[in-house]
Structures are given as structure tokens and as C-alpha cells.
Design a binder for this molecule. Sequence first.
Ligand code: C5P
Length: 205
Amino acid sequence: MIIAVDGPAASGKGTVARALALHFMLPYLDTGLLYRATGLQCLRHGGDPSNEAEAKAATGFSDAMMDDLEIRSEAASRAASVVSAHPAVRQALLERQVDFATQPGGAVLDGRDIGTVIAPHAEAKLFVTASPETRAKRRFAQLVGEGSKVAYDHVLTDILARDERDSSRSAAPLKRADDAALLETDDLNVQQSIAAAIALVGGVS
Ligand code: C5P
């Protein structure tokens, strides 16, 4: 069984996808890491993430990059969002994701275009979302918890900008697949979100 989990930044899709992988005992790939590694590699090599050729060259990052703590930084996150708009970057990262999705026994992947591009025939598709304000509050709490002195308004502006970039790009924009179940997490805590996701996937598997 392939489970495709898509949704905007800080929607809870990663938490839900990891829990689904544990519950259904399937391997899990956070595809955002591939774009973050590309963005970070590009920055480290002095490249410009908005330059398609320089961004594509950065898709040759080493596997160790995926475990680099800096991959979670706001700089890597912003660079990921910029490099991910280039068709050449998406193409270069496609095969790795399709191979992961189609391995024998199935897999769980989360990202922006899993249900639409990477695994359009996935047995189960979820689109996890929440309002920009809810997502900004979560990201803000997380950053404050990590000791960061960021302002809430700044976090909200960043989320809105990322939504706009991810949804308006022409290459594989963030979009709910027609056959994806919608999971809105505004009024759900983590446990409730996970339970709802398991129930939705269980209903189709
Ligand atoms: O999910 P995460 O926030 O780690 O993703 C980082 C960035 O990578 C996103 O803002 C998005 O622009 C891009 N991305 C993408 N397609 C995916 C996963 C992530 O374009 N499948």
C-alpha cells in the first residue's frame, strides 16, 4: 500500500505521516528533506537558489546532508521553497521518490505533490491542512521552544509567503488531489490528528 500525504508547511502532515508509517509498518520518506538538502547545498556552495542551473547542480547532495541539523533551519527552509519551483530540480529528485514509493510492500511519503505527481495511483491519499494562523502559531511555539527569539508576525508572514510560492508555481504546485481525503487539523491535537488519519487510511485500505 502506498500512502501519500500532502499539505502546506506546519499543517501536521509530517507528524501524521510518521505515525501512519509506524501504524501500518511501512517505510517513510519526508520528501521535504530532499528539497531542503538541495537548498542547503546550493547555499553552501555559494549558489543562488533562484538560479535553476545552480539549484539543479545542488541536487547531487550527499546522503549525510539529510541528517545535517542545519537542514531544519529557516534559511534551508526558505532555500528549499525557492529551489523547489524549478522544473529541473523537481525532475532530478523525481526518480528517487518514485523508487521509494514503488518499493515492494509499499511506503508512506509526505510532501506537496505526492498524490498528484509522485504516486498518483496511491491507494490512500490525505491532504492535511489548517489555517495559516493555526500553522503559524504551531511553528511559533516550536521555535520559541527551541530558544529562538522570533516574532509571531514574522512567522505568519513567512508561512503565507511559502504557501504562495508553493501553490502558485507552475511545476507541481501544492494542490489537493481530486481523490485525496481532506484532514483539517485546526481543532485537533496531535493524537486526534493521528487517530483521524488512521481512520481515513483504514477506510480505504
Ligand atoms: O515539507 P518541508 O517544509 O520540509 O518542505 C520544504 C519545502 O520543499 C517546501 O516549502 C516546498 O517548497 C518544497 N517541497 C516541494 N515538494 C515536496 C516537498 C517539499 O516542493 N514534495
